[in-house]
Design a protein around this ligand. Structure first.
Ligand code: PLP
Length: 682
C-alpha cells in the first residue's frame, strides 16, 4: 500500500506542479517508485499540468486515472465543472487513486488551488485529501503575505484532522528577492510546528536533469521519507513497552508477530487509517459506537465550539447548558414514561447506577425485602464489579465470583441451539410467583444479547418479560448500551415491542461514538422514591467526576441532530435490507451455522457441523483467525468466540457493505481452507 501525499497551495499559481515534478524526481532517486495524479483541473491547467507531469515523468498510466476531471474555463472547479455540465463523482477519483496507489510506493496528488477550493457545492479540496487518506504538503509562495496564507492553510488542514507533513516555498516567477522573501521562511519555521522542507527555486530549464540538480540541495527529502515508517515502528515499540490492552493476552501481544498492533492514526466516514496510511473499513464501529461515520464535522465542530466555551464543570451542585439541553432531548426520544436523566460516562456505570437506583428505591419506600437483582444467563452488562455481578458469561465473569454481590441468574437458552425461549420465560414466571417479594429488578439486554454472540430473541419475548415484571411489581431495567441509537433499526430496541422500562441504560452511540458519555433514564415513580427530608439521608449517593461533561453532551446533541437531518433511522432500514440480501451468499458456506441480524447488528456463527450445530473448539480460534485475515482485505472485525460480528456505522454506504461482505467471504474461505494448519497468530 502506498503513501498518498496531497500537494496543496496557499493560493493558485504558487508552483505546485513544478514541486510535484521535482518531488517525484527526488523520490525516484531514493529508489521509491512515484506516481502522480491531478484529480481536477480547469482553465489553463486543462491540457497542462497532468499531461505535463505524465510526459515529463514518462508515466504509462492512463491519463483518465491521472486526471479524471477537467473543464475548459479558468474558474474554480465547482463552477467550471458545472458550466461544462460535468458531474463530479468522488468515487471515480478514489478508485483511480486506489489503482495508482497500488502500483507505486508513493502517489503524489496535486490539488487545484488551496484546501478550501470547492470541487462541487459543499465538497472541498480538503475533503478530497481526507477521503484519499492523504497527508498534505503545503506549497507557499515566497513574498509578502506568505506567513498569513501559510498559517491559515496549515491551521485549516489541522482543524480537518489532515496531517501536514511539510511546507515548501516556491519561486515560480523568479522575482527579485526582498526582505520578506528572505525572512518569511524562518518566521514560519518559528510560528508553526510543521517542518519546512525547503524551497523550489526558479526553474528556467524544465528537463528532468536540470530540475533534479536544482532541487536536490534545496529540498530536504530525507525529512519527508523518514517521517512515517520510523514513526510506526517507534509507536509499536512504545505500545508494547507501556500499554496493557483490554481483553488481551499481553504475552501474545508482546510477541513479535508482524502487523500487531495496527496503530490507528486517523479516521473518516466508515474508514480507519493506520500510521502507514492503510485504510480499513470499520465494520465494528470501533466497538459498536460510531453512528454517523468517523469525523462528522457537525459533531467535531460542536465539540470544538463547546471546548472553547466551557470544557468541564461539575454537576455536583451546578448545572451546565449542554447537559440540561441534552436531558430534555433524551426524555423526548426515550420510551414514554422515562422522565429523569442521570449522567455517567460508560455503559457499565450506566447499568450499575440503574441497579443501585432500583435497589435503593425499594429500601427508601419501605419494602426492604425486595432487594434481589435478576439477570439472564449469557448476559453482559459491563466490567465493573457491579456489572460483573449481573453478568452471565463464565469466560468473562467466573474468575471474579468471590468479589461480586449475589444476583439471581435466570436460566435462558442460547437461542440458536435451543429454541425453548418462551418456556424459559414461563419458568421465570413460576420463579417470580414464589419469589417476587424478594426481587427488586430484572436487568435485560432487550432483543439482542450482544456479547453472548449476537443472540437474538424471537418476537414477543421482551414483551412477555415486561408483562411478568408488571404482574409482580419487579422493576424492568433495559440495558440499551449496545442496542440503543438506531442499531436495531429503531432508536431503542424496546420500541420494537412497545416496551416501557422503569430504567433505561444508554452509552456507546449516545455521543455519536465520539466521547465517553452514558446516562440512566428513569420514571417519575422511581425518582419520587428518593424525595425525602434531608435528614433521612435517602438521596441517591452516586456521582462521577465527569458526570454530564459539557463537551460530551454537546457531541450528543449534535449526534441527535444528525439523526434528524440525515434521516438516519430510515436509512438504517434501507441498509439493513441491503445487508440482509448480501448475507444470503454466506449460507452456501457449509460451516456457516447461523446468520442472525437485527437492523445493522449481525452475528455469523461458524460451526464444525451445521446439522448438529457442533461448535469449533475454542482453541482453534476460528473467529480470531477470520478477523485477522479480514485486515489483509482492508476490513477491521472483532469476533465473539466463533461468531463474527458485523456492526458497521449506521451511515455505511451500499458499496461499503459490498466491500465488507466480500472481505469477510474471502477471509472465511481462506481460513476454512487453512483449518488444519497450526495457528501462529495472536
Ligand atoms: C449491553 C452492554 N452493556 C454494557 C456494556 C458496557 O459498556 P462499557 O464498555 O461502556 O462499560 C456493554 C459493552 O459492550 C454492552 O454491550
Amino acid at each position: 500500500m502506498s503513501r498518498i501525499i496531497f500537494i496543496t497551495g496557499t493560493d493558485t499559481g504558487v508552483g505546485k506542479t513544478m514541486f510535484v515534478y521535482a518531488l517525484a524526481l527526488l523520490l525516484r532517486a531514493k529508489g521509491l517508485s512515484t506516481g502522480v495524479m491531478k484529480p481536477v483541473q480547469s482553465g489553463d491547467e486543462r491540457s497542462g499540468d497532468a499531461q505535463f507531469l505524465k510526459r515529463r515523468l514518462g508515466l504509462t498510466d492512463d491519463i483518465r486515472d491521472i486526471n479524471p476531471y477537467s473543464a475548459r474555463e479558468p474558474l474554480s472547479p465547482h463552477l467550471a465543472l458545472k458550466r461544462t455540465r460535468v458531474v463530479f463523482n468522488k468515487d471515480r477519483v478514489l478508485f483511480a487513486a486506489g489503482r495508482l496507489a497500488a502500483k507505486y510506493d508513493i502517489l503524489l496528488v496535486e490539488g487545484a488551488g488551496g484546501l478550501l477550493v470547492p470541487i462541487i457545492d459543499g465538497y472541498f479540496m480538503a475533503d478530497l485529501a481526507r477521503d484519499l487518506g492523504a497527508e498534505v504538503i503545503v506549497v507557499s509562495r515566497l513574498g509578502l503575505g506568505s506567513i498569513n496564507h501559510t498559517l491559515l492553510t496549515v491551521r485549516e488542514a489541522e482543524r480537518r484532522a489532515l496531517t501536514v507533513s511539510g511546507i515548501v516555498f516556491s519561486d515560480p516567477a523568479g522575482k527579485k528577492r526582498g526582505v520578506p522573501e528572505r525572512t518569511n521562511p524562518e518566521a514560519i519555521r518559528e510560528l508553526c510546528s510543521v517542518p519546512v522542507l525547503g524551497e523550489v527555486p526558479f526553474l528556467k530549464k524544465k528537463d528532468a536533469a536540470s530540475v533534479f540538480a536544482a532541487c536536490r540541495k534545496t529540498i530536504n527529502i530525507e525529512a519527508l521519507i523518514s517521517a512515517r515508517p520510523g514513526c510506526t515502528k517507534k509507536l509499536v515499540e512504545t505500545d508494547k513497552k507501556f500499554i496493557w490492552h483490554p481483553f488481551t493476552q499481553m504475552r501474545d501481544w508482546e510477541s513479535d508477530i508482524p502487523g500487531v498492533p495496527l496503530v490507528i492514526d486517523r479516521a473518516q466516514g466508515s474508514f480507519l487509517v493506520d500510521t502507514d496510511g492503510r485504510r480499513y473499513l470499520d465494520a465494528v464501529s470501533s466497538l459498536w459506537v460510531t453512528v454517523h461515520g468517523h469525523g462528522r464535522p457537525e459533531i467535531t465542530e460542536a465539540i470544538a465550539r463547546q471546548a472553547a466555551r466551557l470544557d468541564h464543570s461539575t454537576m455536583l451542585g451546578l448545572a451546565n447548558t449542554p447537559a440540561v439541553q441534552l436531558a430534555e432531548r433524551l426524555v423526548g426520544i426515550a420510551p414514554k414514561g422515562l422522565e429523569r436523566v442521570f449522567y455517567s460516562d460508560n455503559g457499565s456505570t450506566a447499568v450499575e447506577i440503574a441497579v443501585k437506583m432500583a435497589y435503593q428505591y425499594w429500601q427508601n419506600t419501605g419494602v426492604a425485602k425486595k432487594s434481589g437483582i435478576c439477570h439472564l444467563q449469557n448476559s453482559y452488562h459491563g466490567d465493573t464489579l457491579g456489572s460483573v455481578s449481573i453478568g452471565g458469561i463464565d469466560l468473562f465473569h467466573k474468575v471474579y465470583r468471590k468479589l461480586i454481590f449475589k444476583a439471581h441468574q435466570v436460566p435462558f437458552p442460547d437461542c440458536y441451539r435451543d429454541t425453548r425461549v418462551f418456556e424459559a420465560v414461563d419458568a421465570f414466571g413460576v420463579f417470580l410467583k414464589k419469589e417476587h417479594s424478594r426481587v427488586a429488578a430484572l436487568v435485560v439486554e432487550p432483543i439482542v444479547q450482544g456479547a453472548a454472540g449476537m443472540m437474538m430473541w424471537p418476537a414477543g419475548v421482551l414483551k412477555r418479560l415486561e408483562g411478568l415484571c408488571r404482574e409482580y411489581d419487579v422493576l424492568l431495567i433495559c440495558d440499551e448500551v449496545a442496542t440503543g441509537f438506531g442499531r436495531t433499526g429503531k432508536m431503542f430496541a424496546c420500541e420494537h415491542e412497545d416496551v416501557h422500562p422503569d430504567l433505561l441504560c444508554i452509552a456507546k452511540g449516545l455521543s455519536g461514538g465520539v466521547l465517553p458519555l452514558a446516562a440512566t433514564l428513569t420514571t417519575r415513580r422511581i425518582y419520587d422514591g428518593f424525595q425525602f427530608p434531608y435528614k433521612d439521608m435517602q438521596a441517591f449517593f452516586h456521582g462521577h467526576t465527569y458526570t454530564g461533561n459539557p463537551i460530551a453532551c454537546a457531541a450528543a446533541l449534535a449526534n441527535l441532530e444528525l439523526f434528524r437531518s440525515d434521516k438516519t433511522l430510515d436509512r438504517v432500514r434501507g441498509s439493513a435490507g441491503y445487508l440482509a440480501r448480501g448475507l444470503e451468499r454466506f449460507r452456501d458456506i457449509a460451516q456457516v451455522g447461523d446468520i442472525r441480524q437485527r437492523g445493522l447488528m449481525v452475528g455469523i456463527e461458524l460451526v464444525k457441523d451445521r446439522v448438529t450445530k457442533e461448535p469449533f473448539d475454542w482453541q482453534e480460534r476460528i473467529g480470531v483467525r477470520v478477523c485477522e485475515r479480514a485486515r489483509d482485505y482492508g476490513v477491521i472485525l472483532r469476533p465473539l468466540g466463533n461468531v463474527i460480528v458485523l456492526m458497521p456505522p449506521l451511515s455505511i454506504a451500499a458499496s461499503e457493505i459490498d466491500m465488507m461482505l466480500d472481505a469477510l467471504e474471502r477471509s472465511i474461505k481462506d481460513i476454512l481452507a487453512d483449518i488444519n494448519k497450526p495457528y501462529c497468530g495472536c
